[in-house]
Write a protein that binds this ligand. Structure first.
Ligand code: OSB
Ligand code: MG
Length: 371
C-alpha cells in the first residue's frame, strides 16, 4: 500500500460530562484526526494524548509536530506491504508511542480496506460483540456516585470502574460495595498513591474489587510488585505498560495480574496485539481501556478487543454517553453491556465531514517531499 498523501486536522469536542480523575478534570477532548490517502482509499486515525501530559508524557503539542515534521515525511510516497513494515520504519525513534500509534492506526484502516476486510478479521478476532463496562469520574458526593453506579448497572454495563484519589477511596468504595453487593466493581487511582499507602489498599481488599488499577507511579513496576505481594486484590497496570517489553517484565515480576490494554499507549494495534499475546502466555487476562475516544479511536479499540484474551469488560462504553454529536456516521452503542463490532472494511467507519469542518481549528495537507 502506497501512502500518497496525508491530512492532519486538529479538532475539539466537548464532553457531555465533567470527567474528574486523580490527575485533573476534563470537560472536552482535543484530537488530531489523521487521514492517509492511497490507491483511491482513505485510512483514518485519531490521537489520544491531551495538551497537558497528565496521564503519560506525550502531549498534543509534540504529537502534531512529530507527525507533521518527522513521522509523515518519513513514510509519504512510500509503499508498505503491511503494518509491521510501517512500524519498523519508526523504531529508530524512541518513545512517542501514542503519536506512532496514530500513523499506524490510519495505515491499518487503509490496508484492511485494500484487502476488503474488517480490521477485527485481519487481526484474528474471535467475537462479534465485546463485553463493556464503564469508567465513572469522581463525583462531588457519595449520593451522586451511588446514583451514577445505579444508572450504569441499569443500562447493563458489565462492570463499573470508580476513580479514586487520596481522601476519596476506602469510604466511598465500601459504601458503593454495600449498596451493590453483587456488582462487578473496580477502582482506578491513576498513579496517585505510594507504598506509604499500603493500609489504604489493605482496607480496599474488603470491597471485593475485581482489581485495583494503577495505584502507584506511572513509570513504576518495582513498587507495584511489592504492593501486589501484600494485598489480596489483583493489581491492574495501565500507565506503567508502554510496550510489549514492559508487559513481559511486569507480568514476569508479579507487578500485577491484569493489564488495561490501550493500543495507543503501547505504540498501536500491532504492539497491542503483542501485549495481548504476552498476557496470554502468562495465562492472564487483558481488557480494553479507553482515553475518551471519539468514533475513530473507539471503533479501533472495539476491533482490537475481539482478540481472545479480552475476557474482562472494558471501558468502551457507548459513544452517546460522551458526545452530543460524534465525528463518525456509525452509532457505537452498547446494549446490555455488549458493544457490536463494526463490520465494514477497515475500521468500518465513515467521517461526518461537515461536522468535522465545523470543529476544526487547524489542518495541514501533506504530500511526498513535504518538510
Ligand atoms: O486511566 O483509564 C484511564 C480516561 C482518560 C485517561 C485515562 C483513563 C481514562 C478513563 C476513561 O478511565 C475511559 C473511557 O471512558 O474512555
Ligand atoms: Mg486507568
Amino acid at each position: 500500500m502506497k501512502i500518497e498523501a496525508a491530512e492532519l486536522r486538529l479538532i475539539s469536542l466537548p464532553l457531555k460530562f465533567r470527567f474528574e480523575t486523580s490527575f485533573g478534570v476534563q470537560t472536552e477532548r482535543h484530537i488530531i484526526v489523521l487521514t492517509l490517502f492511497g490507491e483511491g482509499l482513505e485510512g483514518y486515525a485519531e490521537t489520544v494524548m491531551e495538551y497537558i501530559p497528565h496521564y503519560r508524557e506525550e502531549s498534543l503539542y509534540g504529537a502534531w509536530d512529530l507527525l507533521e515534521k518527522l513521522l509523515l515525511p518519513r513514510v509519504l510516497g512510500r509503499d508498505f506491504a503491511n503494518p509491521e513494515l510501517l512500524w519498523r520504519e519508526m523504531t529508530g525513534f524512541r518513545g512517542n508511542r501514542m503519536a506512532k500509534a496514530a500513523l499506524e492506526m490510519a495505515f491499518w484502516d487503509l490496508w484492511c480496506k485494500a484487502l476488503g476486510l474488517p480490521l477485527w478479521q485481519v487481526l484474528g478476532g474471535v467475537r462479534r460483540e465485546i463485553p463493556v463496562g464503564i469508567s465513572l469520574g469522581i463525583e462531588p458526593s457519595l449520593e451522586a456516585t451511588l446514583d451514577k453506579v445505579a444508572q450504569a448497572l441499569a443500562q447493563g454495563y458489565k462492570r463499573v470502574k470508580l476513580k479514586i484519589k487520596p481522601g476519596w477511596d476506602v469510604k466511598p468504595v465500601l459504601a458503593v460495595r454495600e449498596a451493590f453487593p453483587e456488582a462487578n466493581l473496580t477502582v482506578d487511582a491513576n498513579s496517585a498513591y505510594s507504598l506509604a499507602d499500603i493500609p489504604v489498599f489493605r482496607a480496599l481488599d474488603a470491597a471485593r474489587l475485581d482489581y485495583i488499577e494503577q495505584p502507584l507511579a506511572y513509570d513504576d513496576l518495582v513498587d507495584h510488585a511489592r504492593l501486589q505481594a501484600q494485598i489480596a486484590t489483583a493489581l491492574c497496570l495501565d500507565e506503567s505498560i508502554t510496550s510489549p517489553e514492559d508487559a513481559r517484565k511486569a507480568l514476569g515480576m508479579g507487578a500485577g495480574r491484569v493489564i488495561n490494554l490501550k493500543p495507543a499507549r503501547v505504540g498501536g494495534i500491532l504492539q497491542g496485539r503483542k501485549v495481548h499475546d504476552i498476557a496470554e502466555s502468562h495465562g492472564l487476562p487483558v481488557w480494553m481501556g479507553g482515553m475518551l475516544e471519539a468514533g475513530i479511536g473507539r471503533a479501533a479499540n472495539i476491533h482490537v478487543a475481539t482478540l481472545p484474551m479480552f475476557v474482562k469488560p472494558g471501558d468502551t462504553s457507548s459513544a452517546s454517553r460522551y458526545w452530543q454529536e460524534d465525528i463518525i456516521e456509525e452509532a457505537l452503542e452498547a446494549k446490555e453491556g455488549l458493544m457490536p463490532v463494526p463490520q465494514g472494511p477497515g475500521l468500518g467507519v465513515h467521517l461526518k465531514r461537515d461536522f468535522l469542518e465545523k470543529i476544526t481549528h487547524k489542518s495541514a495537507y501533506l504530500t511526498p517531499g513535504h518538510a
